[in-house]
Write a protein that binds this ligand. Structure first.
Ligand code: ANZ
Ligand code: ZN
Length: 816
């Protein structure tokens, strides 16, 4: 064993040995229990950032720990390789998106290897590879056949100058990122996946995900947004059919003073026919931003349609307004407005001079003043005829019942969750596999013609879609009738690829979408990634898992059994990011200190779910610890030729004490790494142990044997975190094998046993002495020992003993 710790030399050697022996290859033919550990795969943006390093170190530590615990571990890695940055890079640097992507992958793969992550590289996949996305295309066609996919128009951001669709991130302050032209909203036909058909199951199943952080489950619950309400009809003489509205507050029905419909609502379009003002307002609404955040904050505006509707209970005529705060995509696109009890309705009514009618009052004399804002609480009904005096809750049922019995409405559960629009008018994505034919309509590309590959020869200049502009891509014969058809030029949202990669890792080479190995490995036992994916990615993956199950490709209901969301990496208190210019390049640190130091610092600086404040001195400290560990082991092995066997029967109390600390530390670290995931305290415990061991200078046979055991345990316990140095130290300690195939040690109960305990002795409640008794001593033996203690006897002073109280392991009180 070398005297000096030289990470650059040993790490490369260890990594080569792992690679040569295929150490991390995962196989299905194992008797051990499987453990699938997955970290969210990266977008190949160029090089790893510190957030990646943190994410992947956590995953690797968990994987290596469970491997040592005897599990059959699979830890794969791949690339979320489609996306807009590749197109931007192409435009800026004139490099093809594919070349840019694959070069980045090569560089980042090397970085991951240099960090020593134990991946099964045989399972590597890149989502831009046709052999991957062909199955996505295949599956899309299955869903199309099942009716779980449909087309409808939906708004996009449109630059009227460049004649191109813009992604949300390409709209900057309402303008096109290239030319600054004001961005418009344009309705175009797009593909949707019917995630709403699974809304109930996606919601219900959250209850069973007890290995997920509560916060993430709550975010999903809110996103799915289940609400119970009533759909009811208001008769409209001018229209052929009644106006149907959705409300969650039918108890406020008697307070309705107007109705409001979305600008795209058929009633609005009808009203626009003979009123140019209305037509102009509708046009204005078209160029508004559609994001929900924008809807919340924008000024509420509207126009009276001139149409009246009949209140279903009172028969009163109420005006129908067209308003920008009503969304066509939610409920029925029409609302009953109750300005006294809904803040939006309130503001709108104030602005346009519409009257208010208060019908809900606070139960106790609470605040129900509605002079400057709506009273939105539930309460007791007044001014509501036959419903007066009811609570909101009772009125909900009573009104729903009445409407139902008169055939004017019914209870309805709604979800905030929308169907998933998957069409993107971009180049660097998976082509959507359909062909349009004038005679046959939408025709799926036949299985034998899959994959529909992206053409390489495209012009990327930011104006119009490269696939539309491509000379031949869109030309395709109709698979049904053979006539000239037009190939779909939209590509999939890249969330499609990341919604099933976890399953493909389990059967990466299968000549079908998934094979039976997927059922062996799934669900993922531990998933690790950023909280920024708490909603969309995780929801889409859960949805895809259910789709795959219903297609008979998987049996499990949920993809991720346990989820760990790692905290952010901060520098000087704010998030480390390119845009803030406060990044620390992991590569420079690896070059300077080695991978083990980076891994150790990252795991030591904070528990995984909390944010981690970057500290150069912390990195330095991690390095110094590893150097000290190396030095101590080196000292130990150079001073002890042959390690004598431990004679447990003849240990003195110092020897017992240090051995107890070794085994107690093992128990603590086992719990920290395997259950609590508090890697930082596991490291701290090892640091303390190393301190104690370095002070333990006993050179007797037992002393040497104890030190050998201590170092072996430290090396095994740290092996998941700093695997390279531990591999070397393990061999330095006299073992020929590889530390990664070692079993995790188990503590020796006899070492943990405290054979002597110190017990406090009181006389008449005052502390008078301390005695040592055997940990297994009986009550009688403790009493006898106390009565034999000379200090105690002095205080008893020959007085008669009235009573002796013994608190086991703690104290004896002698009452005289
Ligand atoms: C009358 C009412 C009175 C309402 C009241 C609220 C309070 P959630 O819980 O999200 O389902 N709403 C219905 N459809 C809408 C649409 N397309 N665009 C905008 N708003 C819409 O919310 C349902 C409530 O949101 C409904 O209940 C409706 O306003 C409004 F004191 O109806 B409510
Ligand atoms: Zn045809």
């Amino acid at each position: 064993m070398e005297e000096i710790y030289k990470p650059s030399v040993i790490e490369q050697a260890v990594q080569k040995a792992w690679e040569d022996s295929g150490s991390f290859k995962a196989v299905e033919s194992s008797n051990a229990e499987k453990f699938y550990c997955l970290s969210m795969f990266p977008y190949p943006s160029g090089k790893l950032h510190m957030g990646h390093v943190r994410n992947y170190t956590i995953g690797d530590v968990i994987s290596r720990f469970f491997r040592m615990q005897g599990k059959n571990v699979m830890q794969p890695m791949g690339w979320d390789a489609f996306g807009l940055p590749a197109e931007n890079a192409a435009m800026q640097h004139g490099v093809h998106p594919a070349d840019w992507t694959y070069e980045n992958i090569d560089y980042m793969r090397d970085q991951l290897k240099r960090l020593g992550f134990g991946y099964d590289w045989d399972r590597e996949l890149a989502t831009c590879d046709p052999s991957y996305y062909r199955w996505e295309q295949w599956f899309f066609i299955k869903l199309l056949e099942k009716g779980l996919v449909y087309k409808k128009t939906a708004p996009v951001n449109w630059c009227p100058h460049d004649l191109t669709v813009l992604a949300n991130e390409q709209v900057i302050d309402g303008g096109c990122w290239r030319c600054g032209t004001h961005v418009e909203r344009k309705e175009i036909s797009q593909w949707f996946l019917k995630i709403t058909a699974y809304a109930d199951e996606l919601l219900q199943a959250l209850d069973g995900l007890d290995g997920w952080p509560e916060q993430v489950r709550t975010m999903q619950v809110n996103w799915i947004g289940r609400s119970e309400g009533v759909e009811m009809d208001f008769q409209v003489a001018e229209m052929g059919e009644p106006l149907r509205i959705y409300t969650t507050r039918p108890d406020t029905l008697m307070g309705v003073t107007y109705l409001a419909v979305a600008a795209e609502h058929p009633l609005a379009l009808k009203a626009a026919h003979n009123d140019p003002n209305i037509a102009a307002f509708i046009e204005e609404c078209k160029v508004m931003e559609t994001s929900e955040a924008a809807m919340e904050t924008m000024e509420k505006r509207g126009v009276d349609s001139g149409i009246k509707a009949t209140h279903p209970i009172t028969g009163e005529q109420v005006p129908v307004w067209i308003a920008n705060f009503v969304l066509m995509g939610y409920g029925t696109g029409a609302v009953m407005a109750v300005p006294a009890h809904d803040q939006r309705d309130f503001e709108f009514a104030h602005k346009y001079g519409i009257p208010l009618k208060q019908v809900i009052f606070a139960k106790d004399a609470g605040p129900d003043d509605i002079s400057d804002h709506a009273f939105t609480d539930k309460g007791i009904l007044k001014n509501s005829g036959e419903f007066d005096g009811m609570t909101s809750q009772d009125a909900f049922s009573a009104i729903a019942k009445k409407l139902e019995s008169e055939n004017k409405g019914q209870r309805k559960t709604n979800f905030r969750l929308r169907d998933w629009g998957v069409s993107r008018q971009r180049y660097w994505g998976a082509p959507i596999p359909v062909i349009y034919c004038d005679d046959c309509g939408v025709v799926p590309v036949p299985e034998k013609d899959l994959p529909v590959e992206l053409p390489r020869d495209v012009v990327l200049d930011g104006s119009q879609s490269p696939l539309v502009a491509h000379p031949t891509f869109s030309h395709a014969a109709c698979p049904k009738c053979g006539k000239d058809g037009r190939r779909e030029t939209d590509t999939f949202d890249t969330f499609m690829e990341s919604s099933w990669y976890f399953a493909r890792f389990a059967s990466p080479k299968a000549d079908k979408m998934l094979d039976e190995n997927a059922n062996y490995w799934l669900p993922v036992d531990q998933y690790i990634g950023g909280i920024e994916h708490a909603i969309l990615h995780l929801l889409y993956s859960r949805f895809f898992n259910k789709l795959l199950r219903d297609e008979g490709l998987l049996v499990n209901d949920e993809p991720f059994k346990k989820l760990l969301t790692q905290g952010m990496v901060l520098k000087d208190g704010s998030k480390m990011s390119k845009s803030k210019g406060n990044t620390v390049d992991p590569q420079a640190l690896i070059d300077e200190y080695g991978a083990d130091t980076v891994r150790l610092f990252i795991m030591f600086a904070a528990p995984p779910e909390q944010s981690l404040e970057w500290s150069d001195s912390g990195v330095e400290g991690a390095f110094r610890f590893l150097r000290r560990l190396w030095k101590q082991v080196h000292l130990h092995v150079t001073h002890s030729q042959a390690i004598p066997a431990l004679d447990k029967e003849s240990l003195n109390s110092d020897q017992k004490a240090i051995r107890r600390q070794v085994h107690q530390t093992l128990d603590k670290v086992t719990d920290d790494l395997g259950r609590r995931y508090t890697f930082n305290t596991a490291i701290a415990a090892n640091m303390e142990l190393l301190n104690s061991v370095s002070k333990f200078s006993d050179t007797s046979d037992n002393g040497l044997a104890i030190r050998q055991e201590a170092f072996e345990f430290i090396v095994l316990m740290l092996a998941p975190i700093v695997p390279h140095i531990c591999q070397h130290l393990w061999q330095g300690l006299g073992h020929s094998g590889s530390v990664i195939t070692e079993k995790w040690p188990v503590s020796d109960p006899s070492a943990l046993q405290q054979d002597e305990l110190e017990i406090v002795v009181q006389v008449n409640g005052k502390l008078r002495s301390k005695i040592l008794v055997s940990a297994s001593a009986t009550r009688e033996a403790i009493e006898a020992a106390a009565l034999n203690d000379e200090h105690t006897l002095r205080f008893i002073d020959n007085k008669p003993v009235k009573k002796i109280i013994v608190v086991p392991h703690k104290l004896v009180n002698i009452v005289v």
